[in-house]
Ligand binder design. Structure first.
Ligand code: SAM
Ligand code: MD0
Ligand code: SF4
Length: 350
């Protein structure tokens, strides 16, 4: 697709996407199939041009607070599935208030409050509302919630207590694959929850996993499926095998598929938020993901925090490098910088 194009051609192509022209399924198939390093670098170049057009060199940063690792579900890819015999934790409101004292000193744009589908909160959602309210009062910045599927009343209660963004990932829009990944969970249930959140004023994030698909056609179904909830943010994450889970032994290649898909997402959703998660390959991985067209850094965890990530590439590391200062220092070496809080709030329509 880009093989015989020079930079001027690539710039023109980026302009066409910026002006509204769209990729065909054949275009996506050819980009997913290409193994030519030259063509892949040209794809990343076009994606950066489009990202820079809408966001300049500005990056948004999310603090990650995984406040309960209990979960009633048994997703086959996830370390926190209920059948996995692991150490789990659940924070208290006092814990959250203490964590907020650190986060409010940090240069982040939003706080991502994430949990497993913990019955302690799912059966008593007012407990979740209290957590959201505490973060709003203490930090006073936008709040993303990743609670799994909660009912519509709970979504409204959380919105009224300060939640602005719902993160709920479909993982795949290939129904057969979905059943193998999110065992016994309703496919429509996740879509309906995101759609209701949009209706009542939330921004929403949807996402897919890669390195789990049976073939490229499955990836294309998912890339097209992401449009379903008209998301404000779209992501792809490389599946990382987890101890004690059914997919523990699954072979994965590397993150090259994710980097390609990040660029394709930038061409499909030119002005949307697309994350580089620190949870997969840390700050070094962040650089590759930003160079592929991402414009958000997620899974930022304060340096002295014992909170977990979700994928935890650094589970065995003595030291973690996911703190906001290290992120900003590396951004500067790339000629990028954190956006103003007002720019982010404007994006959220606040
Ligand atoms: N429990 C809530 C849920 O499932 O929606 C929120 C948290 S959940 C852990 C967040 C996301 O992490 C999942 O939707 C999945 O996309 C990603 N994830 C979990 N385990 C992963 C793995 N082993 N490799 C890559 N991504 C993973
Ligand atoms: C991340 N570890 O951003 C976090 C998590 C959930 N909203 C986010 C998957 O990668
Ligand atoms: Fe639970 Fe979410 Fe993990 Fe599934 S992905 S097992 S719902 S924490």
């Amino acid at each position: 697709m880009f093989n015989n194009m020079d930079n001027e051609d690539l710039d023109n192509y980026a302009e066409q996407i910026i002006d509204g022209s769209e990729l065909s399924d054949d275009d996506i198939r050819r980009l997913l199939e290409t193994q030519s390093p030259d063509e892949i670098e040209k794809l990343h170049y076009v994606a950066r041009r489009i990202r820079d057009h809408f966001f300049g060199n500005k990056v948004f940063m999310y603090s990650f607070v995984y406040f309960s690792t209990y979960c009633k579900n048994k997703c086959t890819f996830c370390y926190y599935r209920n059948a996995n015999e692991i150490d789990r934790y659940r924070l208290s409101v006092e814990d959250i208030r203490k964590i907020c004292q650190v986060i409010k000193t940090e240069d982040v744009h939003m706080v991502d409050l994430t949990m497993g589908e913990d019955p302690y909160f799912h059966n008593k959602p007012e407990r979740l509302a209290e957590f959201v309210r505490t973060v709003r009062e203490e930090v006073g910045k936008p709040i993303m919630i990743s609670p799994g599927v909660v009912d519509n009343d709970t979504l409204e209660m959380l919105r009224d207590n300060g939640a602005n963004f719902l993160a709920l990932y479909q993982e795949t829009y290939d129904m057969e694959l979905y059943k193998q990944l999110r065992v016994e969970q309703s496919f429509e249930g996740r879509i309906n929850s995101r759609n209701h959140a949009k209706r009542i004023g939330y921004c929403v994030e949807d996402g897919i996993l890669t390195e789990v698909e049976p073939d490229i056609e499955s990836t294309i179904i998912s890339l097209r499926g992401l449009a379903t909830s008209n998301p404000d943010m779209v992501r792809v994450m490389t599946f990382l095998p987890q101890q004690g889970t059914p997919l523990e032994g699954k072979e994965i290649r590397d993150s090259s598929s994710e980097l390609k898909i990040i660029s394709i997402l930038r061409l499909l959703y030119p002005d949307k938020l697309i994350p580089a998660s620190l949870d997969l390959e840390g700050i070094d991985g962040m650089v590759h993901r930003l160079n592929a067209g991402a414009n958000v850094v997620t899974s930022i965890i304060s340096s002295n925090s014992s909170l977990e990530g979700v994928v935890n590439y650094d589970r065995e590391h003595a030291e973690r490098d996911r703190d906001v200062k290290s992120v900003i220092a590396r951004l500067k070496t790339m000629g990028m910088e954190p956006a103003e809080q007002s720019e982010f709030e404007k994006l959220l329509g606040r």
